[in-house]
Design a protein around this ligand. Structure first.
Ligand SMILES: [Zn+2]
Length: 587
């Protein structure tokens, strides 16, 4: 076939007789020429010369909208494209681009009254994109396209055929986060688990490079590209999987402080907050976003509050929010000021009830918050008022050879009691109960029975059951105990809830309660929440004088930390022992 074509070509240009026989060019009609997306059929088709494909310069210029001048005398073609001027002289390997000499591999030749150049040189000189698709024997020439992905320039080449654009995959794939593998007859685009396959009839190989349809790239990214008006810049903006937004760093709330009318929420880094007010009582709520409560020693516990502030509470409101609640004694407006060390809540326009002129008698401040989890169980249907225990009291304790004390470590088994500040109530009550029992056993006057030890607790926990209150009562009653004490740790919704309290049920337990409470409050130093009566199951149903002590608040970081210390536990055990001993000596 080739021979026949060559012969026809030679015949053709001999017939036209324009150029010398020294040029052995051959017209190759099967070569397609695409200019700016249009398939053009020049009067004189592309030529093959010394293995180079030559294209008629004028066709390219026309197709690209450039201006062409022909100086017959100087045998010179001048192509002007905006500010760019390219001068070609027939037979000369030197071209001039804006006056600067440029060496050519092949001198321009005239074939069929037209100037021909290898298409590569056309691309280089005129600054246009050129490519060769071997499969279809096509020369593709079009205006260069600047490709941008998410604002970043990508050095991909873009070729056009009709209204289809093909972009070189080697550059575009990494720009949109894909890797390419070429297998027989297909190209695979992969991104993690995701892969898309292109068959060979949908992509092109241009200049030995894989070029894929722009529509496919848009499909991969889920974005739609946009052209500028002159179709010289293509911008791809909306990627289907943009890089995941950086998760904001967790903020630690390290302290809550109060200085006069400023409440400071200390954070380890700059924090975002939401704030709002509530009424009844008036409260200012500040939610620190994406924050974890990491208060070790809250400064506010020991700080004087402004008279307009009744209480400042704080808690891990939800896994991502630390909530600070300022309960007002009166009314106030406020500003929230972001500082590097934290957030300042500055009260202003403060109005609160002024104390009367004569100093009022010193009274106990109101308890910060009512306990919520303590004590455990009320007997249904009973009032909380003290009632006489139906069982008659035994003889004087002071005359007894042995006083039998049942020490109940609150909760047990799967019943953990209150939990907070990395502590569990059932562990703290057991530790203190064991120390109290040891103290009593060391005294010849006493015998101590624990309702629970660590081995029983382990067994109950393993079985997934709690220690029933009825079991605790049964131990005391069946053993004919002289005294009963149930040891508990309090809890509150507010971290500020604090103090020590002692419960009793019947009047005959009141003195016992008072004596132990006196020692206990002194030992804890947590503040006196006083003695109270309640119909808790264990103090109501035990037949001997019985009390229930709430040593401190597990929800209060300071108290929880103290209660976890062995020396504190021993001090409390010593105090309760001293109280029991004094009570026994007087009765
Ligand atoms: Zn308890």
């Amino acid at each position: 076939m080739r021979k026949v074509l060559c012969g026809a070509g030679i015949f053709l240009f001999l017939f036209l007789g324009i150029w010398s026989v020294a040029v052995q060019a051959a017209a190759v009609p099967s070569i397609q020429l695409w200019i700016n997306g249009n398939k053009v059929r020049p009067e004189v088709p592309p030529q093959l010369l010394n293995s180079r494909t030559l294209v008629p310069v004028y066709t390219v210029q026309e197709g690209m909208g450039m201006k062409v001048d022909w100086d017959a005398k100087a045998r010179k073609v001048t192509v002007t494209d905006g500010s760019k001027k390219v001068e070609l002289t027939i037979g000369s390997k030197t071209a001039r681009v804006n006056g600067t000499a440029k060496k050519l591999d092949v001198a321009p030749v005239i074939i069929g009254n037209r100037t021909f150049l290898p298409f590569r040189a056309v691309g280089e000189l005129l600054g246009v994109e050129v490519g060769w698709e071997d499969k279809t024997k096509s020369v593709i020439v079009n205006a260069p396209v600047r490709f941008q992905v998410n604002g970043q320039a990508v050095s991909a080449k873009v070729y056009r055929q009709n209204d289809s654009y093909f972009v070189t995959a080697r550059q575009i794939a990494p720009a949109i986060g894909y890797t390419i593998t070429q297998q027989s007859g297909k190209a695979v685009f992969s991104k993690g688990e995701d892969s898309k396959i292109l068959s060979s009839d949908t992509y092109k190989i241009i200049d030995n490079e894989l070029a894929v349809p722009l529509s496919f790239v848009e499909e991969l990214t889920g974005g739609s590209g946009a052209w500028n008006q002159g179709k010289t810049v293509y911008t791809l903006n909306k990627l289907i999987t943009p890089p995941p937004p950086k998760k904001p760093e967790v903020i630690k709330v390290t302290d809550i402080q109060q200085t006069d009318d400023i409440i400071t929420i200390r954070t380890d880094k700059k924090a975002q907050t939401k704030d709002f007010t509530m009424s009844g009582p008036p409260r200012i709520v500040v939610d620190v976003q994406n924050a974890k409560l990491a208060v070790v020693t809250p400064s506010i516990a020991g700080q004087e509050k402004h008279p307009a502030v009744q209480e400042v509470r704080y808690s891990q409101f939800d896994p991502e929010t630390v909530r600070v609640v300022v309960v007002l004694a009166g009314s106030a407006k406020y500003n929230l000021v972001q500082k590097t060390s934290g957030i300042e809540l500055q009260l202003k326009d403060i109005a609160y009830p002024q104390p009367p002129a004569p100093a009022p008698p010193i009274t106990e401040p109101p308890a910060p918050a009512p306990p919520i989890t303590e004590p455990p169980v009320m007997t249904p249907g009973d009032s909380t008022s003290a009632q006489p225990n139906p069982v008659p009291s035994p003889g004087p304790l002071s005359l007894k050879e042995k006083v039998k004390v049942v020490v109940d470590a609150g909760h047990g088994g799967k019943d953990m009691g209150a939990i907070g500040n990395n502590a569990r109530e059932k562990d703290l009550t057991l530790a203190i109960s064991q120390r109290l029992a040891d103290n009593l056993r060391a005294d010849a006057k006493f015998d101590a029975i624990l309702t629970r030890d660590s081995e029983l607790d382990r067994q109950l926990t393993e079985r997934g059951v709690k220690q029933e209150l009825s079991e605790k009562v049964k131990i005391a009653n069946d053993n004919g105990a002289d005294l009963f004490i149930s040891i508990h740790i309090n809890s509150s919704t507010s971290a500020a809830g604090k103090g020590t309290e002692t419960y009793y049920y019947s009047e005959k337990s009141k003195e016992y309660a008072a004596t132990v409470h006196k020692y206990l409050v002194q030992a804890t130093g947590f503040g006196d929440r006083k003695m109270k009566t309640a119909n808790f199951y264990v103090i109501k149903n035990t037949k001997m004088p019985a009390i229930l002590i709430e040593i401190g608040f597990i929800s209060n970081p300071t108290e929880a930390r103290e209660m976890m210390k062995e020396e504190f536990q021993q001090r409390v055990a010593d105090a309760v022992y001293a109280g029991i001993k004094e009570y026994v000596e007087k009765n």
